[in-house]
Design a protein around this ligand. Sequence first.
Ligand code: MN
Ligand code: MN
Length: 464
Amino acid sequence: MAKKSKGQELAEKLTWSAPNIAKEAPKQEGKAQKFCEGYKKFLDEGKTERECVAYAVKLLEKHGYRPFQEKTVYEPGDKVYYVNRKKALIATTFGREPLEKGLRINGAHIDSPRLDLKVNPLYEKNDMAFFKTHYYGGIRKYQWGAIPLAMHGVVYKKDGTAAEICIGEKPGDPVFSITDLLPHLSGKQNERPLKDGLKGEELNIVVGSLPFQDEEVKEPVKLLALQLLNEQYGITEADFYRAEIEMVPAFLASDVGLDRSMIGAYGQDDRICAYTALMAEIDSKSPSYTTVTILTDKEEIGSVGNTGLNSDYVLHYIEDLADLAGVPVRRILRNSICLSSDVNAAYDPTFSDVFESQNSCYINRGCVLTKYTGARGKSSSNDASAELLAKVIGILERDGVYWQAGELGKVDEGGGGTIAQYVAHMDVDTVDLGVPILSMHAPFELSSKLDVWNTYRAFKAFYK
Ligand code: MN
Ligand code: MN
C-alpha cells in the first residue's frame, strides 16, 4: 500500500462514519446466513404475540429455563422465565454480581401491525361472506389489499374451553384476501389521497362464496362459513365475542436478493429484536449482571394494557427479584441499564427526501443506536444521556460489534416511539438499539442479515 499522506492520516484519526460490514468484514456473511435460518423459523412460527410466546417458551425450556418461583434461592447461571397472560414474556439468567449492582435489561416487542377481526365480524353481502376488521397499529391500509392473508387466534367457547385457530399457514391451506379495484374502474379511487387508497371500512376479508343448501335460510353463505368453522373448531357466532383473531400476511419469511443478503417477511418489527434478544439471553451462560429479557405486547398501539410496558408487570417481576435478594427494588433499578430494542427506519435510496443522510441508519452497517425517538422536538422520547451512550458504545466496541447511529427520518418529517420511555420511567438508564428496516410496517419488511447478526452480537456483549 502506498504511504498515507499527512491529511489522510489526520482524517483517519479525527473523522468517523459507520463502515459497511459487507466491505470491511465480509467473513461475517457466513455466520449471519446461518444465524438467520433460526430467525426465519421464529418469524414463521410466531406471527402473533401469543405464538411468539409459545415458541419462545419451547426454546427456553429446551435450554434449561424453568418458570420463575418466589421464595427460591437462585445461583449465578440459573435460568428462569415468567409469562404474562400468554402474550408477554420475561427471561432471566442470574448473574455473578449481587442484584443490587443492577440488571441488564433488554426489551423488545412481539406484537406487529395487522388486521384484527371486529368482535362481530361475519356478514354476507351479494352472496359472498366477509369478515369486518379493525386494523391494529400503524398500517398503510392500501398495502393490505389483494395479498394472501392467514387467520390466527384464539376463541373461547361457552364451556370455557379454547379453540386455537390457524388457517393459511400449512401447505395446501386456504387463505383469505381483501379485494381492491381493477385499474379499469379505479379512476375515482385513484384521485383519493394515498392514505385513503383503501379506507378502514373497506378492509373487509373475503371468507367464502358458496351457500348452505336450503332455500329457507336468509344468509346461506354466511351460514356455510359458520358451519365450516363449527365443524373444525366447535365455535358459533356468539363465540367471536370471546375471541382474539388476527389476520396477518400468509407468506413465509424468504431470503431477498440474488446474493441472499436480506430477509423479507411479515412482522420483523419487532420480532427481529425479539429473536436476537432471546438468543443472546439463551446463550448467556454466566453473565456478570442478572439479565432481564423482555418480549412484550402492545408496543404498536402505545404500550397500553396489562401486557404492554406501560403496565407495572415488569416492575412487579423486578420487585420479586428484589425480594429474593432482600434489597430495595429502587436500588436495583437505579443501577440497571436497559436496551429498548426496536427497529429504526433504514435509509431508502428511492425515498431519500424523507431522510437526513448524515443521521440515518443504513442496511449492512450493523445495529443502530437511537439516542432519541419521538416527533416535533423529540416529544414522547426517552433521550438517552451522554453517559449511557458512552457506556453502551464502550460495550459494543469492546466486542467489535458493528454499530451505527440513526434518527428516525428528517426533523419534523414524522416520528415514532418505542418502549424506552416506559422503562426509563422506572428510573432505569435506557437507550434504543435495534435493526434498520426497509418498508417498516408493510406486510413484507426487509432487513439485512449482517445487521441481524451484529444485533445479536450487541446483545451478547451487553449480557457478558
Ligand atoms: Mn417496533
Ligand atoms: Mn412498529
